[in-house]
Design a protein around this ligand. Sequence first.
Ligand code: AMP
Ligand code: MG
Length: 331
Amino acid sequence: MPKAQILAGTADTVARASQYLRAGQLVALPTETVYGLAGHALNKEAVTNIFRVKGRPLIDPLIVHIAHWEQLEALTSAQPEAARLLAKAFWPGPLTMILPKAESVPELVTAGNPTVALRMPAHPLARSILQASGLPLAAPSANPFGYISPTTAQHVADSLGERIAWIVDGGPCERGLESTIVDVSGEKPRLLRPGPIPPEAIASALGIDSIAVATKSEREDIPVEAPGMLTRHYSPRTDMTLIPCGQLPPPARGGQAAWLALSRASAQNAPRGYARYWLSETGNLDEAAAALFSLLRKLDSQGLDHLYVEEPAKTGVGLALADRLQRAASR
Ligand code: AMP
Ligand code: MG
């Protein structure tokens, strides 16, 4: 396989990418969450290649991306009212819904589950390619399984450049965290993965007080705990420790240590001996989310002995940020 070519986000690229995808080939493309490794979701060979290229276990189901509600109807066997409400409120956008699958969806995509994960992304290039190809696209993050998700075309090239042929460049991802996942296939909607859309907003769109959060023991319907929900995930190689929001790392004890704070002010309060970084000038959590994976990659390439990261309070998008940080720090 030739080294991946990075294609500028032009109309010509949209046409080419659609052609490759229709031919069953894989294309990495930008979404507002992270870059995805896309393939025709109903083409088993394409889907098999997605798993192979990522080194992703076959027990980890894929999210299928669509451009229209009609595609949701074609890929599901029922469309609960909760799905309509959430689609109306958040699609196109960083929300994935779990729904009962239609026969046409290969079991490979859903890892044998009777349900399918669907998302309508908002990124203009992702939308154009979905529309031009007319295909539902399975598209997990375009990175080797378990490593930090890519938020630029260069990140994709850095880790999958030898294994794929095409990367569509849409600039840095606006949200920078994987989608919020809500299971609407059962009696009561449940939050499966926190993401850019906070649980409070989901509950409000559904007209309920709060949304239930799925726990591991509840998930017996799923062969194993779905990764993306694995304890260790999104992981840098550097040793990483979380420090609760508002506190500071311990005095430096030699070696190369860095402090990654939520705001510039908190970065500057680090004890002596620390290299200082911040996720947002003012501590804005949406900005911090957008910057997180890119900064983690950068810091992970610096051969640090230790990285301390400030963990946000778990409200709003802080819940998703804290979730990703905990998985990244877990050994
Ligand atoms: P990603 O890693 O962003 O591609 O998202 C894939 C994740 O979506 C999986 O790891 C699961 O956590 C979740 N997912 C996908 N399909 C299903 C499904 N049918 N049921 C439950 N969770 C799913
Ligand atoms: Mg992933």
